[in-house]
Design a protein around this ligand. Structure first.
Ligand code: FE2
Length: 301
């Protein structure tokens, strides 16, 4: 699936861009299905917003109960001062999460298959487990910022990350390399540009002195907390690189790679779909917010 050069690039930069990984038809099918889920969603009194500002999270039970469900979350800026939607419902949803890949046939088909299985293997995930899926809308005009973070903050594992392999070494089925921590699969469902809030990353920021986990999001019953683990600063603008990609592109990145996306102030949406995947050879922290029980077993690709 991946060339040796691509594997090395992933190790070095902490991310890899794979244009054309999904066909236009596959992308269209997923977008259609997401639209149908939003149409079927009756918000009622449920106006849970999604924000990465943990001090402002409105309704933890709706969020914390979503690990094995398909739930819609509103954009923070979707409502006016009177609590009414400022635009159509379909243009107000921030995301749908977090078990689309296990519960919906269209999402299931998109999220599994031999290509993804081969890719995961090449990224070092020998026993992949897909914990979470999210359909992210990044709505025109109100699509919220996602501040600098590392995905390992939300999916802590032991070990967390490979220490980096010797130069020139490539992975094979026979080779037992370091076990990766959480790995993110980020599918562009529309062209992502600087204008509509594409990803920004710090290339190489997953390794060396800067490759430390800065924050840990932990859950204790109904309570969550964002713990500060390390004072290493987030990258400044000079280190941030935009990942502008076409629809159908898959971006894979390391759990320690710092990344963010700016608010979408443009008239164009920026739909994306993500999967967060760990290796069953690691120990998944019992303090992570998302846990699964036997009712919905974890699966690989
Ligand atoms: Fe992220």
């Amino acid at each position: 699936m991946l060339s040796a050069a691509q594997q090395q690039q992933f190790q070095q930069d902490g991310y890899l861009v794979l244009p054309g990984f999904k066909s236009a038809d596959e992308v269209a099918a997923l977008r259609e299905r997401a639209q149908a889920l939003v149409e079927a969603f009756d918000p009622g009194e449920q106006k849970s917003i999604f924000t990465t500002d943990e001090t402002r999270r409105q309704d933890d039970s709706y969020f914390l109960g979503s690990g094995d469900k398909m739930r819609c979350f509103f954009e923070e800026k979707a409502f006016d001062a009177q609590g009414r939607l400022g635009q159509a419902k379909a243009l107000s949803i921030n995301k749908i999460g977090h078990a689309l890949h296990d519960l919906d046939p269209v999402f299931d088909a998109f999220s599994h298959g031999p290509e993804l299985a081969a890719l995961a293997r090449d990224l070092g995930l020998e026993q992949p487990q897909i914990w979470q899926s999210m359909y992210i809308f990044k709505q025109p005009g109100i699509g919220g910022e996602v501040r600098w973070h590392q995905d390992a903050t939300y999916f802590d594992t032991e070990p967390m990350s490979p220490p980096g392999r010797p130069e020139g070494e490539t992975r094979s089925a026979q080779h037992e390399g370091p076990i990766p921590g959480v790995t993110t699969f980020w599918f562009a469902l529309e062209d992502a540009t600087r204008d509509n809030g594409c990803l920004w990353v710090e290339p190489g920021g997953q390794q060396g002195a800067r490759g430390v986990l800065r924050e840990l999001f932990v859950r204790d019953g109904d309570q969550t907390e964002l713990l500060k683990l390390d004072a290493t600063p987030w990258p400044d603008d000079s280190l941030a690189v935009p990942v502008e990609v076409k629809a159908g592109t898959l971006v894979c990145f390391h759990g320690l790679l710092p990344h963010y996306s700016a608010p979408n102030l443009s008239p164009a949406s920026r739909h994306a779909y993500t999967l967060h995947v760990t290796d069953a050879r690691t120990r998944y922290s019992p303090r992570n917010w998302l846990q699964r029980d036997g009712a919905l077993p974890l699966r690989g690709f």
